[in-house]
Design a protein around this ligand. Structure first.
Ligand code: MF3
Ligand code: CO
Ligand code: CO
Length: 334
């Protein structure tokens, strides 16, 4: 390479780029170390930007056949539910229906998990959720709920929850939470899991494993006489004991004939959650755990929640009923 360090600042650069010398190779000629540092910084920034999740393109709205019974909100322009069930214990008939809906949701989630691999789009996972619900005679509960545009929530890496399935292509090393809810025979079944995409680094694998354990210790705290607060206390102790953060902004919830009702199930120790657990109560536990900080931010779409520090998060969810001695998990394929 030949250089012409005698060029004036505003001369065309010797390299033929057509740019002024001062905007092109002058720094590299005068101070190669500084130029190399600037280049490394640009590359690092590019890499970081590429590794964070960005919104993709949404596919057209998926249709639900006319014979599938719809929840009330699916008929409302804004997707608003017309009633909210109480958090009181359910009768045996409702619980039996929730057992069926819970199993259907778990089956659909399993189908999605089998499809997760590098190269698949989150929209393709949405199609599996959509067809999986419909083929079982159910309605995919997220579709149209308060304006949610798709049949599944897909939350990749630093996305905490409520991500839109879109043209995003899952990459080797990603983690993706898929949250399935089906409305079947008048009740909802709600469950989610975080899946590994190809070869995932140790730190993320550990996050996923500990988050699964957080759901387990939460379920283990469910028994008549305990309070809702005890669930969150157990989860928080386990997560923070591993150096992780518990996302505060999203909670588990009562569920049954409506998607979300009382009680609110905090995943941290909240003294306000004084309600005593009684047999027949049905609700979800769905801890969202962060490798870093628990604070969140929202994307402009009004739904997608990400960690403020962009650290990765994982989540697992089950729907359960309080029994005389503990909890029965309703969202199993078993
Ligand atoms: N399934 C989610 C939950 O666990 C709720 C999703 S609401 C939606 O509560 F609108 F995003 F679908
Ligand atoms: Co839920
Ligand atoms: Co859910």
């Amino acid at each position: 390479m030949t250089t012409a360090p005698t060029l004036a600042a505003n001369d065309p650069c010797w390299c033929g780029s057509g740019r002024r010398y001062k905007r092109c190779h002058r720094i590299a000629d005068v101070d190669p170390a500084r130029a190399a540092a600037a280049q490394a910084e640009r590359e690092a920034a590019e890499l970081a930007a590429a590794s964070f999740v960005r919104p993709g393109r949404l596919s057209p709205r998926r249709e639900v056949p006319a014979h599938i019974p719809r929840p009330d909100y699916a008929l409302d322009k804004h997707g608003r539910p017309s009633f909210r069930e109480s958090g009181r214990p359910k009768d045996a008939e409702t619980i039996a229906l929730m057992r069926v809906a819970g199993r259907a949701a778990a089956e659909v989630l399993q189908e999605i998990g089998r499809a997760v691999r590098p190269g698949i789009t989150t929209d393709e996972l949405d199609a599996i959720a959509h067809e999986g619900c419909i083929s079982r005679g159910g309605y995919p509960s997220p579709l149209g709920y308060n304006g949610f545009p798709k049949s599944l929530c897909t939350s990749v890496n630093e996305v905490i929850c409520h991500g839109f399935p879109d043209s995003t292509v899952l990459q080797d090393g990603d983690i993706v939470n898929c949250d399935v809810t089906i409305y079947l025979d008048g009740v909802h079944g709600d469950t989610n899991a975080t899946f590994l995409v190809g070869e995932v680094d140790d730190a993320s694998r550990r996050l996923v494993q500990v988050t699964r354990e957080c759901l387990d210790v939460g379920i283990a705290a469910v028994r008549p006489g305990n309070r809702v607060r005890d669930i969150g206390r157990a989860i928080q102790a386990h997560a923070e004991g591993q150096g992780y953060g518990v996302i505060r902004a999203f909670v588990g919830h009562g569920i049954g004939r409506t998607f979300h009702s009382d009680p609110q199930v905090f995943h941290y120790d909240n003294p306000a959650a004084r309600q005593v657990l009684e047999p027949g109560m049905t609700f979800t536990i769905e801890p969202m755990i962060s490798i870093g900080d628990w604070h969140h931010e929202m994307w402009d779409d009004g739904w997608t929640a990400v960690t403020a520090d962009r650290s990765r998060t994982a989540q697992f969810e089950h729907m359960l009923v309080v029994t005389d001695t503990g909890a029965e998990v309703l969202t199993t394929v078993g």
